[in-house]
Design a protein around this ligand. Structure first.
Ligand code: ADP
Ligand code: ZN
Ligand code: ZN
Length: 753
């Protein structure tokens, strides 16, 4: 019988020049061990240097004659299966990345590249008999009391960690060393599990009785799961309609039939509260994946999934690659969120990867949102997705009553504060009635800046063409792009005038004003500054809940996912901040944000209300958000997209060049523009290409001293177009003349800067 004695591998190397599948002969004695998913060591290049490689296939023969032989097996148990290999190949084709980049992405950091180690703890054992030990205690009690205590502790325990032993005996590590030298104790390294979730801490929660609306959705999803239908289902449900409860109950049923589920949530809504709900229901059968885990912790969660020790993973974007072997469903909660798009290579969209996995593995994709992305809802309307709807809040709670306050009028009436009179009154009312308030400050697409009133100079980062932000806490000016920091100025650096003015509002300023207006109110602030430490996020939210703090001030982080029944008032301090940014998605963003944030109010017994402050009260988007009218918003927006040919009616591909030498950057982007035009002509691909915009300098023309130029293609993202772009990308990196110039191609980017 012929053997599959040739292995096809991806070389562990980032260079585009080795972005191919290589063939190696499998040594006879390793034939039974070499299989897909195994990591091996191979000779590579002229010098036959040792390289790590990932097996993606085994074959009978090769068109290459002189094959080298695999040196050795590095990792015997397979890290991935054939489905994952097919996903790697698909990602490479789809996102113009290399095999290696795609492979690196499906495996957690720590595996594959540098190996994450099991966590070990040094344990101490007694090396003498009990009699000898008792003897020792007798003799040494007075002369060496600390050493004696160590022996006493070890008499009662088979082993104790050295750290515990030191603290229990009130000794030091040299105490242990001394005992070790005398041959009385021995050290052994134990492998221990890292605790990511403290399952004991969470109370077991029983499923609720599903409402009629919920039952219908659960039924629809289960019907598809049971017959392994790789369908995508779009669940549109108003905030508080019990979408999360639906997830939990579907997973309940799916586990019974032996399947597994991936639950994706946006990074910022992966709150302890969310984790609590899943762990409360499924106990230790849940893994958690997010960016605050250490490399080792992530490795361990990954291993639990791989070994089928869990049925559910709850995680941010990268959890889409969880290596389950019988995947039944992928849930994408808040599917409209931008954090589902990766902005580093491979620049994938989680929704697209989910659909691809669903196809490969016959799993259901459930997209869930109160405000679906225009693209997804269009697909649902076109019949590509099944559509489910939940229009009522649980318990028939009403949606919050949204009022719009015109800030221009406040100014005319002499109110220069951040807060309108209406909002002030409502906050006061809430404090008096012991109800909670969330104040939301939209910081996206907008930043505070400092300028000179005499000459108009705006203080900018010397390395990036972007204004500096004032941080009250350390009286410094900071660049949010590169971290550049300088002392605050007293005088204008250009004209020496003393009249420096601060524009915009930050959370610290909001907090200060609140403290002045309501000195007795308890206030918490949640933003990047207060949540940089591990668990700080959790601590703030726990304090808000348990200590019944009056007011929580925050940025994007407080806008979604929070479910606090005592929150009855939401204040949106500046609603228009994201309306005026130069992006075709700005109306959609604003609508989603206002809906999500006002949805935090009135989730309990008492009805909620939201006060939205704006300088543009008649704005259509804001008005529709006030009415919670998604369908009208969608119908208008889809018309605009159609007329102007924006997604979903075409794809947008951005081609970026950056570098320190601006003239070289311009030369290169011009060359690329001509090459694209030539290739489109050669391949007869103009029917796919709507228009080529630019090249122009990017909206932020310089970051970290690197000049940035950009070209935009409005086109159909198909194989032909991608082949053209791939050639350009590979040629760019193969040519040493382009050293120092980065070329980035991003398909349907989220950030247009
Ligand atoms: P969404 O995810 O749509 O915002 P949630 O699932 O968070 O909604 O539900 C809102 C609140 O209603 C939660 O506190 C949840 O526990 C509660 N809830 C939802 N469905 C039920 C149900 N069938 N029975 C009891 N409580 C429910
Ligand atoms: Zn000046
Ligand atoms: Zn900077």
């Amino acid at each position: 019988m012929q053997q599959r004695n040739i292995a096809e591998v991806i070389i562990d190397n980032a260079s585009r020049s080795v972005d191919k599948l290589f063939h190696y002969r499998i040594p006879k004695d390793k034939l039974d061990k070499v299989q897909v998913g195994v990591k091996v060591l191979v000779p590579f290049g002229k010098g036959n240097n040792k390289r790590e490689a990932f097996i993606v296939n085994t074959v009978f023969e090769s068109e290459y004659k002189q094959l080298k032989e695999i040196y050795d097996i590095m990792e015997e148990s397979p890290l991935y299966d054939e489905n994952m290999v097919s996903l790697v190949k698909w990602m490479r084709e789809r996102y113009l990345c290399t095999y290696y980049e795609a492979m690196k992405t499906i495996l957690p950091t720590g595996i594959g590249m540098k190996k994450a180690k099991d966590k070990t703890v040094r344990m101490v054992y007694l090396m003498i008999s009990n009699e000898e030990a008792l003897d020792y205690i007798e003799q040494m009690r007075v002369r060496a009391p600390v050493q004696t205590r160590v022996i006493e502790i070890l008499l009662e325990n088979e082993f104790v960690s050295s750290a515990d032993l030191v603290s229990l005996s009130k000794g030091t590590h040299s105490t242990l060393k001394a005992l070790h030298k005398k041959g009385l104790i021995e050290f052994k390294e134990h492998i221990v599990k890292r605790e990511v979730i403290n399952t004991k801490k969470y109370e077991k929660v029983k499923p609720h009785d599903a409402t009629l609306e919920q039952q219908n959705v659960i039924k629809l999803v289960m019907e598809n799961i049971k017959v392994n239908n790789p369908a995508t289902i779009m669940l549109r449900g108003v905030t508080g309609s019990g979408k999360t409860e639906v997830f939990l109950q579907v997973i309940d049923q799916l586990i019974v039939i032996g399947k597994q589920a991936i639950v994706l949530v946006p990074e910022i809504s992966l709150t302890p509260q969310m984790v609590e709900r899943f762990v409360g229901r499924f106990g230790s059968r849940v893994a958690v994946f997010h960016s605050r885990l250490s490399m080792g912790e992530r490795y361990e969660q990954w291993k639990m999934i791989k070994n089928s020790e869990v049925d559910v993973v709850v995680g941010a974007r990268s959890a889409i690659f969880a290596p389950f072997n019988n995947l039944g469903m992928i849930i994408i909660d808040e599917e409209h969120e931008y954090s589902y798009k990766s902005e580093i290579s491979p620049r994938y969209h989680t929704r697209e990867v989910a659909k691809q996995r669903s196809k490969n593995e016959n799993a259901v994709v459930l997209l869930s949102s109160a405000t679906p992305s225009v693209e997804s809802f269009y697909n649902a309307e076109q019949g590509k997705y099944q559509l489910a709807h939940m229009g009522k809040r649980y318990n028939n709670a009403s949606l919050p009553d949204v009022s719009i306050v015109d800030m221009r009028e406040e100014l005319i009436n002499g109110n220069k504060s951040i807060f309108s009179n209406r909002l002030k009154e409502e906050i006061e009312h809430n404090i008096r009635n012991k109800q909670q308030t969330i104040l939301f400050l939209n910081r996206r697409g907008f930043s505070t800046f400092i300028s000179c009133r005499s000459c108009g100079l705006v203080l900018k980062c010397p390395r990036c063409n972007i204004s500096l932000t004032f941080h009250m806490h350390d009286n410094a000016l900071i660049c949010h792009y590169c971290g550049f920091k300088r002392e605050n100025v007293q005088k204008c650096p250009k004209c020496a005038s003393k009249y420096i003015r601060y524009f915009g509002i930050g959370t610290q300023k909001v907090e200060n004003e609140i403290k002045m207006l309501f000195p007795d109110a308890s206030v918490l602030r949640m933003d990047v500054d207060t949540t940089s430490k591990k668990f700080s996020h959790e601590k703030i939210l726990n304090a808000f809940k348990n200590d019944n703090v009056d007011i929580l001030i925050g940025t994007q982080m407080v806008s979604k996912g929070l479910d606090f029944p005592n929150v009855t008032l939401i204040g949106v301090l500046a609603a228009d901040m994201s309306l005026n940014i130069d992006d075709f998605r700005s109306a959609e963003r604003t609508f989603q944000l206002l809906t999500q944030v006002s949805g935090r109010a009135g989730r309990g017994e008492v009805a909620g209300r939201a006060i939205v402050q704006t300088y543009d009260p008649d704005n259509y988007t804001i008005q529709l958000a006030k009415q919670h009218d998604y369908l009208t918003f969608y119908n208008d927006e889809i018309q605009i997209r159609k007329q102007l040919k924006y997604p979903p009616f075409c794809d947008i591909i951005s081609i970026f060049v950056n570098g320190v030498d601006e003239s070289a950057v311009i030369r290169r982007i011009n060359e690329i523009t001509s090459t694209i035009k030539e290739k489109i002509f050669e391949k007869d691909a103009h029917q796919y290409c709507q228009s080529i915009l630019g090249p122009t300098t990017a909206p932020i023309s310089k970051i970290k001293n690197k000049y940035r130029w950009r070209l935009l293609l409005k086109c159909v993202n198909n194989h032909d177009i991608r082949e053209i772009l791939r050639e350009i990308l590979y040629d760019h990196y193969a040519d040493r003349h382009h050293t120092g110039l980065n070329l980035i191609i991003n398909i349907n980017p989220i950030n247009m800067y």
